[in-house]
Design a binder for this molecule. Structure first.
Ligand code: ATP
Length: 411
């Protein structure tokens, strides 16, 4: 897959500057959003329910008025340009196809409205259908199609217009897991063709961080209407700019603990991770100021390694290196195992720290959504999760030791 570099944003196809939406109810759904999408680029807007993703997308589409800030397509300010004149196509989660029209008629509908000559229309419909694997279904009606095929028709309807800006709002959320994965690559293929042919810029909304990370050239993380960070998937994973991004990106979510930073170690409850020259060593200079103070340490589940022979628990002495943990639950997922554990270390939930930091900022989002976004565990009393290869012999009730490369710790 091609990757558009972050520097490609000069000469952006879409440019949002200080884009803000305050609804008549007083809800500030989007707060000073600065985001650029380059020609040919695929940017994903991700965040928990109610964070303002859909509202931002609707402002770009022209379906929602802009309270303040500016929206430009190329050099042109389009704040007050009607949706029809914006050269934008949008695919929604709940796409509505015309039930009495065939697939071909559904796909070509907008072209007929625009009085595109018949031959040209047929060519574009056939081409879109070909890209989406609908070539053999052009004569069918929506009622005779599967959910995935219907979603493809909705995509087809958008791409025949060959828009300058392609907007998608959770287009895959009604599909089953397998189809969703398949459609991801199809959407990227379609977008790539549009990008090459017309320089189409794509903006895609989802609450699913896996979808965001696997699809986006760049990913923009939104929380409570505010852009927390925008970068390549790799940048977000390796250098999260905030606790929120650190815990939102990655599945299962990062384990967070309160810790004391000592000279040569990080101490979390009764756990001690030796970190040679902990504070002030290259790349971690900023930590020096926190020496002797409380910090929050992030441990990615995939960075915890079960020490060989640690499964039975017999004879493991407290002096032994590594983190001592009691296994509560093991979920075998086929290609990997999730090991839910408890260890003597004070766990921190990203949402707690978030609400402590700025209580007034919380906008929408049910408790259930936030718990899901933070990846809080299913196992009773567990305060951490590790991902291991499928055949590592651990069972619920075992006492294990984990090792972790100090380089893999997030502070
Ligand atoms: P979801 O993933 O659940 O769709 P979202 O991130 O897309 O969420 P939005 O739909 O943009 O979030 O909503 C952002 C905030 O604005 C929410 O608090 C929502 O309740 C509020 N909101 C959305 N539409 C309106 C409206 N028409 N009038 C008033 N408030 C609204």
């Amino acid at each position: 897959m091609r990757r558009v570099s972050a520097s490609a944003v000069s000469g952006s196809a879409v440019s949002m500057e200080g884009l803000t939406k305050v609804f008549a109810t007083g809800v500030q759904a989007v707060d000073g959003l600065n985001l650029q999408v380059a020609a040919g680029e695929f940017v994903v807007l991700v965040g928990p329910s109610g964070c303002g993703k859909t509202t931002a997308l609707r402002m770009v589409a022209g379906l929602e008025t802009i309270t303040s800030g500016s929206l430009r397509f190329g050099d042109r300010v389009v704040n007050d340009v009607s949706p029809r004149q914006r050269d934008v196509a949008m695919v929604f989660q709940n796409y509505a196809l015309y039930p009495h029209l065939t697939v071909a008629q559904n796909i070509g509908f907008s072209l007929e409205n625009k009085k595109v000559p018949r031959a040209e229309r047929d060519r574009r419909v056939r081409e879109a259908a070909g890209v989406l694997g609908l070539g053999d279904l052009l004569g069918r009606r929506p009622g005779q199609l599967s959910g995935g095929q219907r979603q493809r028709v909705a995509m087809g309807r958008a791409i025949v217009r060959e828009p300058a800006v392609f907007l998608m709002d959770e287009p895959l959320s009604n599909l089953d897991a397998k189809l969703r994965v398949q459609m991801r690559s199809e959407i990227l293929r379609v977008q790539q063709r549009l990008g090459e042919a017309r320089g189409t810029a794509s903006l895609y909304v989802t609450h699913d961080q896996t979808e965001a990370m696997t699809m986006g050239d760049r990913v923009a993380v939104l929380r409570a209407g505010v852009l927390e960070q925008c970068g390549t998937p790799r940048e977000l994973y390796e250098r999260p700019a905030s606790l929120f991004v650190g815990s939102f990106i990655g599945s299962p979510a990062m384990n967070l603990y309160e810790a004391a930073l000592e000279r040569e170690a990080v101490v979390m409850g009764s756990q001690r991770i030796p970190v040679p020259g902990a504070a002030g060593r290259p790349g971690r200079e900023g930590l020096a100021a926190y020496q002797g103070r409380k910090v929050i340490v992030g441990v990615r589940p995939e960075d915890l390694v079960v020490r060989a022979g640690a499964g039975s628990g017999a004879g493991s002495s407290e002096e032994e290196a590594g983190l001592a943990a009691d296994v509560r639950l093991v979920e075998a997922l086929g290609s990997e195992q999730l090991v839910h554990f408890t260890m003597d270390a004070p766990q921190v939930h990203a949402d707690e720290t978030v609400s402590e930091a700025d209580v007034d900022d919380e906008v929408g989002g049910s408790e259930g959504d936030r718990v899901a976004a933070g990846g809080i565990l299913a196992a009773p009393a567990a305060n951490g999760v590790a991902v291991t290869p499928p055949r590592v012999p651990v069972r619920a009730g075992d006492r294990v030791r984990f090792t972790i490369d100090p380089e893999a710790l997030y502070f």
